[in-house]
Design a binder for this molecule. Structure first.
Ligand code: NAD
Ligand code: LMR
Ligand code: MG
Length: 625
């Protein structure tokens, strides 16, 4: 009989005897001493993740800090310790919210409900989960990844059931080197880390941003065939500046404002040192860090560690592939790219990443010298929240400075500092209008009307902000207002548009998902010491060349998500080739760099394919210890 049952029986027996006056109060006090049995500790024969996965002993977020230390649980749970009452309140609030959330799912009214079902499968049986995901990637990528993952992050404190990944918080300073050993896997190939400060276009979501690391790693497994036992989603909780979360008693993260300055950097440094000490060959992808840190951290670590920033570098590669596709779709040779006039709305980590890469690509095509690099600058007009960026801007962000228009130029063009996006489009008549602003509907009717006067034979509109509601415009608006002869891509998935004349307006998904899995896989399989600009460029060029002439002329400039495993294999092979050529490759397992260098294109692709994990059940054999 369980302790609880025995106690219940005992107390009902005592109460009955008391009612019949056959027992004294003193006797009750003495007897009730036996009920202290329930305060005796329970002996468990497991620790760490095993205890979290054991429904008998798991307390979830209610494990106290001392218990977390005693049971090697530090870092395996979000930092905020909850009371049992709070846990129940959180569960109930989430349960009640289900119907509301199911209704406001982005394009699919049942998106969040589907996520819950898939998530439960993920927690029960990973092989089966990935088999389902890979076989139905077109249908379920929008659930486990953009756009639904945004909704998941917004509601994560309510959705949290079983922990996944690791949490390093500001309260763990000085402990990270030891707590990294709480993770049960001896080998980790890929870490995706966020500090939750800019999740998609949804702003600061604090600890709830862990959802984006999990979603990105789902694609690493599904698209790149990284073994799911060797991926680690990480959340670095340095606080949040989201006032709503700071006031929410059920929020799972640290309820203090974000660390800033050196204190912030020290936490990230400690994390990097800890993970690279335990797993020297791991690759760390930085995801959804606010711009002010995205660039600084990239510069700080990129020459020392195997790391890259997906929003800065992955997005840039995808945009370059799209921009080159746009040139081809106009019936021109790619080498004509440096003549394109490009208006970019948004000068954050993604926008500036794209601008730098596009400028370098133009400069390379123009002769790869100082003059070419300087000349390429004048092809870009950058508009941020304060309008057109010019050299007259006060307190200009140093990352945006190289793209500030010169006063003389803008005078000639009938523009001025702070000119609105519509004015800029009207005066510049660009070939490309690219949005990475996180402002839904920014490409308003007025802006799209202005684009009708573009000097291009086929203007391109890239509404790249995520999730769906943050897209700068919908494909319907773009095709309806600007005309049938445009090229359209969005960051989150939309359906194609029926143009009503027997033709289809293609909606491409211009998302960094076409590159980051291949960049990570290629880095892993080459054993490259760092992720170089050349490797990133090779990845972008591979993606650009993936589409056939016929597809591009139809307006299809990115592959369908159903071929993501194939494109990832090709991208990874291109990354390996470049790493070998740059002498950065150190080999992987029994394949050394020299042997890698001897493989031709087909052999490289076969090498990648053979090293991709497939969701098949292995044979299991039990042996006693
Ligand atoms: N499609 C992709 O693969 C991809 C990749 C990375 C980022 N993104 C998306 O890009 C968006 C921006 O990301 P970020 O990291 O650069 O964010 P960020 O917050 O660093 O930058 C946003 C930029 O937009 C500008 N902006 C704000 N309001 C504006 C307005 N009204 N007009 C013009 N510009 C305005 C801001 O001034 C800032 O420069 C997010 O929605 C993100 O989801 C998409
Ligand atoms: O996550 C995505 O869908 C793309 C990108 O990394 C983003 O931050 O929006
Ligand atoms: Mg991102």
């Amino acid at each position: 009989m369980s302790i609880l049952n025995r106690q219940l029986r005992l107390s009902s027996y005592l109460i009955k005897r008391l009612q019949h006056n056959t027992i004294t109060a003193n006797e009750i006090a003495a007897r009730s001493f036996t009920t202290s049995e329930c305060h005796r500790p329970t002996i468990v024969h497991k620790r760490s993740i095993d205890i979290l996965h054991d429904p008998w002993f798991n307390k979830g977020t209610a494990f106290s800090m001392t218990e977390r230390d005693r049971l090697d649980l530090r870092g395996l749970l979000p930092p905020n310790v909850m009371s049992n009452e709070q846990q129940i309140e959180r569960f109930m609030a989430d349960l009640k919210r289900l119907e509301v959330n199911a209704r406001d799912g982005p394009s699919d009214p049942y998106a969040l409900a589907k996520w819950r079902i898939l998530n439960r499968l993920h927690d029960r049986n990973e092989t089966m989960y990935y088999k389902v995901l890979i076989a139905n990637i077109e249908e379920y990528a929008p659930i486990v990844y953009t756009p639904t993952v945004g909704l998941v992050c917004q509601n994560y404190s309510g959705l949290f059931r079983r922990p996944r990944g690791m949490y390093f918080s500001a309260a763990d300073r000085g402990e990270m080197m030891s707590m990294v050993y709480n993770w049960p896997a001896d080998q980790v190939d890929m870490i995706v880390v966020t500090d939750g400060s800019r999740i998609l276009g949804l702003g600061d979501l604090g600890v709830q941003g862990i959802g984006i690391s999990i979603g990105k790693l789902d694609l690493y497994v599904a698209a790149a065939g990284i073994n799911p036992q060797r991926v680690l989603p990480v959340m670095i909780d340095v606080g949040t500046n989201n006032e709503k979360l700071l006031k929410d008693p059920l929020y799972l993260g640290l309820q203090e404002h974000r660390l800033e300055g050196d204190e912030y950097i020290e936490v990230i440094d400690e994390f990097m040192e800890a993970v690279f000490t335990r797993w020297p060959h791991v690759i760390v992808q930085f995801e959804d860090f606010q711009s002010k840190w995205a660039f600084k951290l990239l510069q700080r670590y990129r020459d020392t560690y195997r790391m890259f920033n997906d929003d800065v570098q992955g997005t840039a590669g995808v945009a370059i592939a799209g921009l080159l596709g746009a040139v081809r779709a106009q019936g021109k040779a790619m080498i004509d790219f440096p003549k394109q006039k490009i208006v970019v709305a948004g000068a954050g980590s993604a926008g500036i990443g794209v601008l730098n890469a596009a400028r370098k690509t133009m400069a390379r095509m123009l002769g790869n010298n100082e003059l070419a690099f300087e000349g390429a600058r004048s092809q870009f007009w950058v508009v941020d929240a304060k309008g057109l960026i010019t050299e007259e801007r006060e307190d200009i962000d140093p990352d945006a400075l190289p793209f500030a228009r010169k006063t003389k130029e803008i005078g000639r063009q009938g523009l001025r500092e702070g000119a609105s996006l519509a004015e800029v489009v009207r005066e510049v008549k660009p070939d490309v209008l690219l949005g990475l602003s996180a402002v839904g509907g920014l490409f308003s009717k007025e802006v799209l009307e202005a684009l009708k006067n573009s000097t291009s034979t086929r203007p391109a509109i890239f509404a790249m902000s995520n999730p769906t509601k943050n897209a700068e415009c919908t494909p319907e608006d773009a095709f309806t207002i600007v005309g049938d002869n445009i090229l359209f891509a969005s960051g989150s998935p939309f359906g194609n548009v029926d143009l009503g004349n027997g033709h289809i307006g293609y909606c491409n998904q211009g998302n960094n998902m076409y590159l980051f899995p291949g960049i990570g896989l290629g880095t892993l399989l080459s054993g490259a010491r760092v992720v170089s600009d050349g490797m990133l460029q090779a990845a972008a060029e591979c993606l650009a060349a993936y589409m056939t002439e016929e597809e591009v002329l139809k307006g299809i400039i990115f592959p369908s998500i159903s071929s993501i495993r194939d494109i990832t294999k090709e991208v990874a092979a291109a990354v390996i080739k470049e790493a070998v050529e740059e002498d950065l490759a150190e080999g992987y397992r029994d394949m050394d760099a020299r042997e890698l260098g001897r493989l031709n294109k087909e052999e490289l692709a076969a090498y990648v394919k053979n090293n991709m994990w497939n969701p098949d059940y292995p044979t299991l054999v039990y042996r006693q210890e």
